[in-house]
Design a protein around this ligand. Structure first.
Ligand SMILES: C[S@@+](CC[C@H](N)C(=O)[O-])C[C@H]1O[C@@H](n2cnc3c(N)ncnc32)[C@H](O)[C@@H]1O
Length: 262
């Protein structure tokens, strides 16, 4: 259905003011205390980051919000640039990170207010560009595609783009969001739900290649049981195939894409 301009404007304002408000309350709302959020993040976001490897890399995080990923990866990464559209979130995130980390680790980070759809960085700047649960808050289809294009543009050839999003193939979650949107009770203003196919196609338009898929509900790794009898190895493989299929129904899903060498 075509999206009309006034609708887009109000969605955009709703999402922006929700995140500006959240940015003033980071001290009271530490997401690390929410086990369901952490479970989902570890299974999807961190699984993908571990698969591509983060050691010594230059990283861009698009839509950082609370600096949970920054603090988690501080020891591993080379340099990390965190951007967010919300000035309050950037200020709050930087304050928390500098308060929690040793200055030598904190020095690896740059925080900047910026729009995912118009990144203020040169082409081929970062080894890895990540964006977790962020592009779903961009109200227009063109804007969401632009954000993916921008991540692809600013990633070096041979580098990775990691994107995770909420998944409408998870019916209870999709219904919950639909109900809250109708009742205007969605605490983050606006969210577009993707399918795993949609996010893959958006990246492929930029020539990115899917390298790994991950989901909040299933470990999608393969299993290897060398030395075990064949029926056990086959059974284990079958079980992981089932997990892989179920993963496409996860609430948060995403891919690590590779940007091919030119
Ligand atoms: C759900 S939070 C993401 C939190 C975190 N990345 C995570 O993994 O849980 C979404 C963030 O995206 C930011 N955001 C929304 N639209 C944006 C845009 N166009 N450019 C940059 N950041 C944006 C919001 O301000 C908010 O801080």
């Amino acid at each position: 259905m075509p999206e009309t301009t006034p609708n887009l404007k109000s969605r955009s304002e709703a999402a922006h003011s929700a995140y500006e408000e959240l940015g003033t309350r980071f001290e009271e709302n530490d997401p690390r205390e929410m086990y369901t959020y952490m479970y989902s993040k570890l299974r999807s976001d961190y699984t993908l980051m571990e698969r591509v490897g983060m050691d010594g890399k230059s990283v861009l995080n698009v839509g950082c919000s609370f600096p949970i990923d920054e603090i988690y990866y501080a020891r591993k990464i080379g340099h990390w640039t965190a951007i967010d559209l919300s000035p309050q979130s950037i200020e709050g995130a930087e304050q928390i990170l500098r308060g929690e980390l040793h200055p030598d680790l904190a020095a690896k980070f740059t925080f900047q207010v910026a729009d995912a759809c118009d990144l203020p960085f040169e082409d081929d700047t970062f080894d890895v560009a990540v964006s977790m649960s962020t592009i779903d808050h961009i109200p227009s289809r063109e804007g969401r595609q632009k954000a993916v294009d921008e991540m692809a543009r600013t990633t070096k050839p041979g580098g990775h783009v990691i994107i995770t999003v909420p998944n409408w193939w998870n019916p209870p979650y999709a219904l919950g969001i639909w109900k809250m949107t109708r009742e205007k009770t969605l605490h983050y203003g606006y969210a577009h739900l993707f399918s795993p196919v949609e996010i893959r196609k958006m990246a492929e338009r930029n020539g990115l290649r899917p390298a790994f898929f991950a989901s909040s509900i299933a470990p999608l790794d393969d299993v290897w049981l060398p030395g075990y009898p064949a029926p056990i190895r086959w059974g284990a493989k079958l079980e992981f195939r089932v997990h892989r299929a179920l993963g496409y129904l996860g609430r948060r899903v995403g891919y690590a894409f590779e940007k091919p060498m030119r």
